[in-house]
Design a binder for this molecule. Structure first.
Ligand SMILES: [Zn+2]
Length: 344
């Protein structure tokens, strides 16, 4: 079967089409015909190689996906041939103290599909039955195949960790990534006033169409600080959502209101930051990390998607054999929303 991934770690040039043997489901596993696989920034990190993470080689990318059940292994009850499914990319062990409390994203042995294990950018994939959810009927395969990771991550970061409430002000740093397109919609849904910071006029327009109340354009240094402060009505933001890391983090911290929360679930521009702590304790502000979500939060996200309260934004769909080109587009940052690969 055809798949997209890499034979050895490297840069974009290492991403390639693979020809792999057809997988068969063992006990507790389900084989699906993949209809869509969603790429994430995580796939770029996985391709490069993450310290301490050993992946099976050759490796198949993409933890997000949708498809149709082909065959269920022994001991798999609910799934039947032909069922439309959405892939949950999280792999908690289910047995540690956090899993037992329903906090799967704190799992001591947390893994992510497509990062630690084979992903689903392939014609067929075998997954643990627990990683399949019914594809919400309102979603087509492309939308469903790229929704889970970004919506579950943004949902937990804004609602649970960020404690965003209606009437509050939120700044979302960056507009084009899949995570930002999910965060803008979820923040509006909660009834917050949403200010988006972006470097591109076109992305700004599209962010407005998704629900941003105000768009400000990225500039350097103290001018950026002043613009953010002004956009908040000179009181600061209750929540700042910033997964860029190094490039913007200190400015995001300065933009917090009294009691404000800076929520981060990534560091795409680099991991090391210097933050002035004085305004933070003076304002009672906090820095809150977040990653992925619990199973229950994913269930809530799927209800919102089914109800049409939020919708996945698809930047472009590529056939599987154009995987390398699709990954280059993701890496270029010139996207608005998600990149989808279609094996069929
Ligand atoms: Zn666990």
């Amino acid at each position: 079967m055809k798949a997209f991934g890499f034979r050895a770690h490297g840069g974009l040039e290492a991403a390639t089409l693979l020809d792999l043997p057809e997988p068969f489901p063992g006990p507790g596993e389900v084989k699906i015909a993949v209809r869509a696989a969603g790429l994430n920034h995580l796939d770029l990190f996985t391709l490069n190689g993450l310290p301490g993470v050993e992946v099976p080689l050759p490796h198949v990318l993409a933890g997000d996906g949708s498809g149709v059940v082909v065959e269920a292994g022994d001991g798999v009850d609910p799934w039947r041939k032909g069922d439309r499914v959405l892939v949950d990319p999280s792999l908690p062990d289910g047995t540690c103290e956090y899993c037992l409390r329903g906090l799967e994203c704190f799992c001591r042995n947390y893994r992510i599909l497509g990062e630690h294990t084979q992903g689903v950018a392939s014609e067929l994939a075998v997954l643990p039955a627990a990683n399949l959810r019914p594809l919400p009927p309102a979603l087509d395969f492309d939308s469903g195949g790229c929704a889970a990771l970004v919506f579950m991550t943004a949902y937990r970061a804004l609602y649970t960790v960020g404690e965003l409430r209606g009437g509050e002000q939120v700044a979302i740093i960056g507009a084009g990534g899949g995570l930002a397109t999910a965060a803008i919609q979820l923040a509006r849904l909660r009834g917050a006033r949403v200010v988006v910071v972006t470097g591109s006029a076109e992305k700004g327009e599209r962010a407005r169409a998704l629900g941003a109340n105000e768009v400000i354009f990225r500039s350097r240094g103290s001018e950026a600080d002043r613009e953010l402060w002004k956009a908040s009505g000179k009181r600061g933001f209750d929540v700042v959502f910033d997964s860029a890391g190094e490039a913007t983090f200190a400015g995001s911290a300065r933009a917090l209101a009294r009691g404000g929360r800076l929520v981060f679930c990534g560091a795409t521009s680099g991991p090391s930051v210097t933050v002035d702590l004085r305004p933070l304790f003076w304002r009672g502000a906090s820095l809150r990390g977040s990653t992925m979500a619990t199973r229950r939060e994913l269930t809530e996200v799927l209800s919102l998607l089914q109800a049409g309260a939020v919708r996945p934004v698809v930047d472009r769909v590529f056939p599987l054999n154009e995987g390398p080109e699709a990954l280059r587009r993701l890496a270029s940052g010139e996207v608005f929303g998600k990149i989808v690969l279609r094996p069929g």
